[in-house]
Design a protein around this ligand. Structure first.
Ligand code: ZN
Length: 178
């Protein structure tokens, strides 16, 4: 497995619409997913989308037991989600702080649907069909946004709640300042 370079905001590859994965359970797909987990874990990420390493496929990973970048977040099951479809369950929104490995050093308050259903496939092509709420729902919405070329700053409505992680959250380890 290899730690891959994470593209940063401004790179046009982060703005593309990702293409569906058409063949599952291949060595290439498993190798890509292995690289993504190694890359995500190397920077204590909560999730990572394939476009963030320059791969324009509808593939995201997320999940953790305890996350240093979001110490108050409850556990989220470690998941490989391919060709996802998201459906809001109700109109209710929640606001909370988000960061992004492609937008290092910054955090902003982003409104997200409070409850969602997400459907997709795992690496073997087995259907995943879940309902999620809270931080779990937030992570899935954030990661799936990467598949349609959206970065969280594009979702920020109130830029008075957008700033440097080191200023907003000085208690966080600067090594996780991304
Ligand atoms: Zn992100």
């Amino acid at each position: 497995m290899t730690i891959r370079e994470i593209l940063k905001m401004g790179d046009p590859r982060l703005l593309r619409i990702a293409q569906p994965v058409e063949v599952f359970d291949t060595p290439e797909l498993h190798a890509l997913i292995g690289d993504m987990f190694e890359t995500m874990h190397s920077v204590n990420g909560a999730g990572l989308a394939a476009p963030q390493i320059g791969v324009g496929l509808q593939l995201v990973i997320f999940g953790f037991r305890q996350n240093q970048r979001y110490p108050d977040a409850p556990p989220v099951p470690e998941t490989v989600l391919i060709n996802p479809t998201l459906t809001p369950l109700g109109d209710a929104e929640e606001e909370d702080w988000e960061g992004c490995l492609s937008v290092p050093g910054l955090r902003g308050v982003v409104p997200r649907f409070a409850r969602i259903r997400y459907v997709g496939f795992d690496a073997e092509g087995v259907v995943i069909d879940r309902e999620a709420e809270g931080f779990h729902a937030r992570v899935v919405q954030h990661e799936c946004d990467h598949l349609i070329g959206k970065l969280y700053p594009m979702r920020v409505r109130d830029f008075s709640r957008f700033g440097y992680t080191s200023v907003l959250f000085p208690e966080l380890d600067p090594a996780d300042d991304d």
